[in-house]
Design a protein around this ligand. Structure first.
Ligand code: NAD
Ligand code: UDP
Length: 318
């Protein structure tokens, strides 16, 4: 297949590009590198069938020749990133998504939207099934991301209903793995960096809030299955194994062998108190389930932080 991956230079996108190339697809990686890293796809540069374009998807774009699928991942994703890029986040979720939908429609291609568990906001229902509509603060600091993704879902479904576009929506829950930026502000990358630097692990609030962490290879298998299907979704993709932030800190200390202390910082505004996916739909309709347990995933991620191209050091470059 000939597949466009927007946000292909990011953490998840670069793993998706790699997986698609591995099975013989031709891949156009489109990225403006606002939160991604050219290094993430440097090793793919000479792979047969790989094309990397520095492009901002908020301006219309096209690809020469046929396109069979568009996987739309372009968007800042870490709360620190979308806090720093609020208008850009709303624009890539709205205008960017529309440009990608138009590209897919023009080519008769499958379109897969990388949506998020954040559409559930701070949920009153636990764990979260796809038919839960969510509890999002429409004007809070997280709204630029949450509402952009909710709009993107609505737009994708409108293109499906009114224009017959072949659209599928996945709602991704917290994912971690190699190529997270050490300073992206997300909890797994931050804890690993702090543990390796021998600094205190910065736990926000009392650390009793929960997340469910999925290893990136598992997520990418789900994304590929969604690209290959004709499901509209939404389909939750995440690991239902739920941990408090304090428990995560303990797992990271064990995985790094660090004796760092734990330091508490104020809880960010509207930080969801708990989050765990119901994955019955992904299991039944995609035959998908995560396989990599937290400690194994952390071990692999720590290994990359220790030896990867952008290990622990260096201040944020943005
Ligand atoms: P990331 O920041 O590493 O990757 C996003 C990529 O999109 C970056 O390379 C960035 O440069 C690119 N981008 C941003 N705006 C763009 C624009 N206007 N034009 C072109 N490229 C642009 O984040 P990630 O964790 O890899 O997330 C990828 C996708 O998955 C995002 O859509 C995110 O919302 C979704 N998601 C991720 C998670 C997670 O835990 N990683 C959870 C839920 C949803
Ligand atoms: N968090 C934390 N310390 C950090 C970064 C995050 O305790 O250095 C907490 C954060 O408050 C949230 C959880 O970890 O409760 C997950 O945060 P992240 O930004 O990774 O993802 P999201 O909030 O988008 O799920």
């Amino acid at each position: 297949m000939r597949i466009v991956v927007t946000g292909g230079g990011g953490f998840v996108g670069s793993h998706l590009c790699e997986a698609l190339l591995r099975r013989g697809d031709t891949v156009w990686c489109l990225d403006n590198f606002s939160t991604g890293e050219p290094d993430n796809v440097r090793a793919l540069r000479d792979a047969p069938g790989f094309h990397s374009l520095r492009a901002d998807v908020t301006s219309p774009f096209d690809v020469t020749g046929p396109v069979h699928a568009v996987a739309h991942l372009a968007s800042p994703a870490s709360p620190a990133d979308y806090g720093r890029l609020p208008v850009e986040t709303l624009t890539v979720g709205s205008r960017g998504t529309e440009n990608c939908l138009r590209l897919a429609l023009r080519h008769g291609a499958r379109f897969v939207l990388a949506s998020t568990s954040e559409v559930y906001g701070d949920p009153e229902i636990h764990p979260q099934p796809e038919d839960y509509w969510g509890r999002v603060n429409p004007i809070g600091p997280r709204s630029v991301y949450d509402e952009a993704k909710r709009y993107a879902e609505a737009l994708a479904m409108a293109y499906r209903r009114s224009l017959g576009a072949d659209v599928g929506v996945v709602r991704i829950f917290n994912t971690y793995g190699p190529r997270m930026r050490p300073y992206d502000g997300r909890v797994v990358s931050t804890f690993i960096r702090e543990a390796l630097q021998g600094r205190p692990l910065t736990v926000y609030g009392d650390g009793s809030q929960t997340r469910s962490f999925c290893y990136v290879d598992d997520l990418v298998r789900g994304l590929v299955a969604m690209i290959d299907s004709s499901l509209s979704g939404p389909v939750n993709l995440g690991n239902p194994c739920e941990h408090t932030v304090i428990e995560l800190a303990e797992h990271v200390l064990a995985a790094t062998g660090s004796s760092s202390a734990i330091e508490h910082r104020p809880l960010p505004v509207d930080d969801p108190t708990r989050r765990r996916p119901v994955i019955t739909r992904a299991r039944a309709q995609l035959g998908w389930a995560p396989r990599v347990p937290l400690d194994e995933g952390l071990r692999r991620t720590v290994g990359w932080f220790v030896s990867g191209p952008a290990p622990g050091g260096g201040p944020p470059h943005h």
